[in-house]
Write a protein that binds this ligand. Sequence first.
Ligand SMILES: [Zn+2]
Length: 284
Amino acid sequence: MALVSMNEFLPKAKANKFAVGQFNMNNLEFAQAIVEAAIELKSPFIYGVSEGALKYMGIEFTVAIAEAAAKKSGLPIALHLDHGSSFEVAMKCIRAGFSSVMFDGSHYSFEENIRLTKEVVKAARAMGVSVEGELGTIGGVEDDISVDEEHANLAKPEEAIRFYEETGVDCLAIAVGTAHGMYAGEPNIHFDIIEAVSKAIPVPVVLHGGSGVPDEMIRKSIAAGVGKINVNTENQVACTENIRAALAKDAKIYDPRKYLTPARNAMIEVVKSKIQLFGSSNQA
Ligand SMILES: [Zn+2]
């Protein structure tokens, strides 16, 4: 099977109240672990690739690995640019074979974000590529952040609805209180914002910063209208912890396969547990 746009599975996720995982690809072992877990559970999924990961892996290898995974698995897999910063980088990815892109215009003014996102949607749609937009700032949650400051970064439902209506994105990331990276405490997720936006638009809300969010909060988010959840840090932690443990156990190891195999196996378990939690098993 060829790579598909997110529209192959997101409408079904929205209608049937499950979420599709975006698991970020950082190297070959990540890509293999993610697809192995998805094969086992017959789940659609999204390979997320940040601009940093793209630089690290190279765009040709990134696309080739994702295409190989789609061919081997027969699963609906989207290859998605994560937090694309410009029209140019989005087009570069589409030309190289990405089936989906995120344009993150959240650091622009609201009107400018709408204008730039619309341009990406117009170009991407013509090529059958899906687009994720972002509204509000998804940052790092600090323990000492004041409530006012926190709320200042959250998406306003009426703005999110207008953003959707004007841009026609295929899914919308809104700042609802989650953050990238691991949490010091528990995140404070504003389910009311998710629900207000999700009820008013036909496409799913995207939850960034899904690593370390308690399972119950994930279930509540999906019930409120989240249809795509991004996970990266938990796989990075599982990978690195296992490499560290393998090296600590045997100082004479020099064959990378000896420490990358347990790392990859640990990531398979992380991804399987997320797929089960998100409810996307048997939805391929
Ligand atoms: Zn993100």
